[in-house]
Ligand binder design. Sequence first.
Ligand SMILES: *Cc1c(COP(=O)(O)O)cnc(C)c1O
Length: 421
Amino acid sequence: MDHFLYQNGQLCAEDVPVAEIAAEVGTPFYLYSTATLTRHFRLFDEALNGLDHLVCYAMKAASNQAILKTLADLGAGMDVVSGGEYARAIAAGVPGDRIVFSGVGKTRDEMQAALAGGIRQFNVESEPEMQLLSSVATEMGKTAPITIRVNPDVDAKTHAKIATGKSENKFGIPISRARDVYAMAAALPGLHIIGIDVHIGSQITELEPYRQAYLKVAELTDVLRADGHDIRRLDLGGGLGIPYERSNEAPPLPTEYGALIKETLGHLGCEIEIEPGRLVAGNAGIMVTKVIYVKSGEDRDFLILDGAMNDLIRPAMYDAHHDIIPVAEPAAGIEQQPYDIVGPVCESGDTFAKKRMMPPLSAGDLVAFRSAGAYGAVMSSEYNTRPLIPEVLVHEHQFAVIRARPTFEDMIKRDTIPHWL
Ligand SMILES: *Cc1c(COP(=O)(O)O)cnc(C)c1O
């Protein structure tokens, strides 16, 4: 459920008509709902009731300061995957002891920053990373709390570009080598083993892959404890999918996911962490864009929008589907027609949908891409020297621009001409 609904013939974000925001901010733009962000965070938090737990929002999904602060104020931790994200989390007021650091390529500088500023744990992904973290922590006179990310070799049944839990993926260490790697970690100075980490992929739409992975984690917990390791925290990653195509998708609910965690791991007495990103932010955001032209092709009409692949790359990169709806509610029973919905960028990949059935639209009409809150703004670029589009946050009847659109001058000023020119 989200808070983008038609009221009196107009798409509204909570209590604000989207067209009003468009008139003030200009198109295209991202629009987020505080109530939806809050609701989704709470669904996860409540699904783990009864277990000692922390929901660490995977902020790579949407990392605007206002979004982070909204979630941090609800008690969320953050899962960060770079020094930049760590700095963003700290800037949004998230205490270090609620930040977990994931990622396969953590650098010395990133380790130093996190150790200096405070960190809940590093999710270590390889032996060389472990060795570097050991030496950085030792040099600083600190102890780094760690889990080791294990790769359980399960098929998350998702798009190949976002599957991470198969043995051919670059993530984590093979679960079959876990005992050796934990023994190696225990012998290194400056590291303190506190648990196990696993994350099998993103946009996962069934529970079975999670069940397989978590049963393996439960077994590994027993084995590592028998080896003398103090396994007291399990970081179970993120990845729960959302219904991008609402008419025919129904992924598992956070409550069902929480029940599975309790069933497979609840008996271990461990503190549980989860790292949802997409399910917190995805349906909490839409991208609003305007039809520039309706162009008649030989066998179809094209809707040419002012939003493009640089603003929302998911269709081009993952063949992703987004529901696209008119901002003015179409009359009931109106006949739909097929459109190819495209942006203005000079690439054929700049196509959002082919032969999409839509009510008739004209130049100047606004349309909204649903489920664009996660991996939308954060993956945008300025390709074709198109400014990064603004982000707007709604809260009940209020809205605020939370990232302004740069001017062309702002963009050009970032370049510098070398002295020989
Ligand atoms: C991307 C990522 C997540 C979040 O995945 P979602 O599909 O957005 O829930 C969580 N943990 C790690 C380590 C990740 O890389």
